[in-house]
Design a protein. Sequence first.
Length: 264
Amino acid sequence: MDQRLQGRVALVFGAGSVGSGWGNGKASAVAYARAGAEVVCVDWNPDAAGETVQLIRDEKGSAQAVACDITKEDQVASVVERCLAQLGRVDILHNNVGHAKIGGPVDFPEAEWQRQLDLNVTGVFLACKHVLPVMLKAGRGVITNISSVAGWRYTGYDYPSYYASKGAINQFTVGLALQYAKQGIRANAIMPGLMDTPHIYQHIAEAYGSREEMVQKRHDLCPTGRMGTGWDIAHAAVFLATDEAQYITGVCLPVDGGLSAKVG
């Protein structure tokens, strides 16, 4: 049994899933637990967080569910305080909250633009703001922010708010890594490519004629001939959280089947 994270506490924001199946956050929360971590599963939807917790407990892992709106600082602070009160530490902070809204810059409402930035960027900032003091006191910690290859490359979709917000996460992560490297805190970003997760059926399908068309076209774009899954992200996240990755920080890691290396 994998026990590389035994005795550690993983705080996972966005641990639920927006639909049936395995999203990146849900798979990562379960993977952390399988590696021995105690997992605090946070989601705006308490039922989604509870489902992930139940999956972990069914495998004899340890987890608890917390509801939180990541854009509200008082709620984020409360989650961290609860985690400390009950578990005494936060070793791993995993920020998985994100949203993609189709719409170009000419017609995109300013209020929706701000909402996307709040969901995708401000939430990451708030989580780090309240967890970093805990990690600084402990003299160690791992922060993993889930970005996207869309923060680095054009992916063909008409969603500039997503490109902008994911690019911001990448550089925010690099800044964290360098600022806190000597304090024992590592920070990295994972950049998923074209993934087959519940998210795309909720937020990307509208850009296609049908779900079947979307799936086939996304498979065809991938050098591997298929999209990735939430588990591809989860396995990368667990590795980055382990001591095996103790000299890896400030990295924006593509997990994309070679998509970002492709020309044309």
